[in-house]
Ligand binder design. Structure first.
Ligand code: B1M
Length: 215
């Protein structure tokens, strides 16, 4: 669809204001949030990712594209909220220690909030003990960890260990995700749930909260 291509192309050029306008146009035309996100915004971000990998674009270009992505996604946020599904549960989320990538984490947060979960956002570069402290102090049923770098993924295992040491492992589920994360890695570190995308992460979190985190 032409409008979605335009969103993708302008995102790649980092034209945040135009991306915002085009996303609003797409909403007004009744295009679904899923399509705008996947075929417009995420499609553009994935092309930028390939170019970054191949040294065709560099950090400044990626940063402006990321800004355009966030501005477009912000318009979709209110549309994700399901009416009447408040207080479905409480989770804390963050990108692991040493890792500053937050676009995927923000999408997961957005989808979870859309399903009525209360989400405590710990930000990026989150130390393992910070997740555990937040879960204890805020009474979260789930700790959510995002990682985009192969070098920072091991900190997810540290989160599991710190939760065990703090004696909360049977009360809190640990969910992990991010581009380099896999089900095999989840099994290896003893986390509870791996999901490949933001939407399935939100579904899994709701399921956990409905069953009760200790189930
Ligand atoms: Co970075 N970067 N980056 N980067 N960056 C990657 C990740 C990389 C794959 C690019 C590449 O070389 N091919 C590569 C990692 C290589 C590796 O580890 N093997 C890389 C690198 C090397 C780096 C630097 C080291 C570069 C440098 O400085 N030389 C540096 C590290 C900084 C740091 O963190 N300490 C760096 C910096 C940056 C920017 C700051 C420029 C920028 C981040 C801006 C920001 O986030 N605010 C950036 C970006 C944007 C990328 C790419 C291009 C795009 C990532 C992204 O946002 N994707 C990325 C290339 C790529 O992934 N193709 C790359 C879109 C986002 C929606 O996807 O986060 O995967 P993602 O989230 C998905 C799923 O994974 C899932 O849901 C989302 C979709 O629905 N998900 C979860 C995410 N978290 C989840 C949690 C869950 C469940 C699902 O449960 C809890």
């Amino acid at each position: 669809m032409e409008l979605l291509n335009q969103i993708s192309e302008n995102l790649q050029k980092g034209k945040a204001k135009i991306v915002k306008e085009l996303v609003q146009q797409a909403i007004d035309q009744g295009i679904s949030v899923k399509q705008i996100l996947e075929e417009g915004l995420l499609s553009g971000m994935s092309i930028i990712g390939e170019k970054f990998k191949n040294n065709e674009v560099f950090v400044p270009e990626v940063l402006v594209a990321a800004r355009a992505m966030n501005m477009g996604a912000a318009l979709l946020k209110p549309l994700l909220a399901d009416a009447g599904v408040e207080n479905a549960g409480k989770v804390c989320i963050g990108t692991v220690q040493g890792d500053l990538h937050d676009i995927g984490k923000n999408l997961v947060k957005m989808m979870m909030e859309g399903k009525g979960l209360e989400v405590i956002d710990l930000g990026t570069d989150v130390a393992p003990e910070t997740y555990v402290k937040a879960a204890q102090e805020q009474g979260c049923q789930i700790i959510c960890c995002s990682a985009l770098l192969t070098t920072t993924m091991p900190y997810m295992g540290e989160v599991v260990k710190k939760a065990e040491e703090a004696g909360i492992r049977d009360k809190v589920k640990i969910m992990i995700g991010g581009a380099p994360v896999t089900q095999a890695f989840c099994d290896q570190i003893g986390a509870d749930v791996y999901t490949p995308d933001a939407s399935s992460a939100a579904d899994a979190a709701i399921e956990i909260c409905q069953k009760g985190a200790s189930a």
